[in-house]
Design a binder for this molecule. Sequence first.
Ligand code: GLN
Length: 300
Amino acid sequence: MAEQKAHDNGEWTINRLLAWTRQYFESHGIDEPRLSAELLLAKVLDCPKIQLYTRFNETPTNEQRTAFRELVKAAVEHHPIAYLVGRKEFYSLDFLVTSDVLIPRPETELLVEHALAWCDANQHEEYHLLDVGTGSGCIAVTMTKRNPVVLAVATDISEAALRVARQNAELHQVTKRIHWIQADLLNLPPDDVNANRLFDLILSNPPYVAEKDRESLPENVRRYEPSAALFSGDDGLDAYRRIAADIRRHLRPHGALLLEIGIDQANDVEALFATAGLELVARHKDLAGIERALQFTLPA
Ligand code: GLN
């Protein structure tokens, strides 16, 4: 016991803070308790998360501990960790996030992965991409960052979201290759140069949660993430219906449409786009084996 005391002096070292917070988060049902504790402490210490490991025996100042305590308190009240730290990793890139945008999720990486694969399989000198409802900009920014000949147009109805998306484009130095439009899904303003353009590739993670499922969403999602990015009518399919109605004005023949879908929506969404004249190319599954994205093409 005495030895133990001599070892950590009873001080709130980084190591102890992380161990204590991990357990506290776990008992409050916070996802990824250890990672969440590290992200919050790294935020307060203003250092990369990885540095915590070389500073285990350091004792943060009283001010830092107070700031950390506030964040931990907010987290157990279900404030999303990404909003508390202002960042979220997506496709190995760092994205700025505020509560004006949906937090980028791993399932959306599936869209990007298959869109990049489509580019590799269909060699063009450049690719004109449309990202519908861009939010944080994670799809448009990642696509332009990962493929240097992608030129993107990205829409969002929310001006506040577009501000965040623009900052992410600046952060990743792809500003020159993305044109942002404030628009409701595919309702591009008629005077915009892109209003009548046909795109090679259209990607979207639209809102798709049914209103009736609102109460079943986790509290951190339901209370803090933007409703406009989540909910889409009684059955969750309204945004797809509206995209399907406009899609042929914007997708070029042989182009690709990739849509993220909610669990169990594959058949309904496939039917909507089949009615619009598109052909299903693939249903893509996530790591858990759940169909999470549909890929279509427009026959010539
Ligand atoms: N995948 C999100 C969720 O489960 C929903 C995102 C969306 O509606 N596009 O909360």
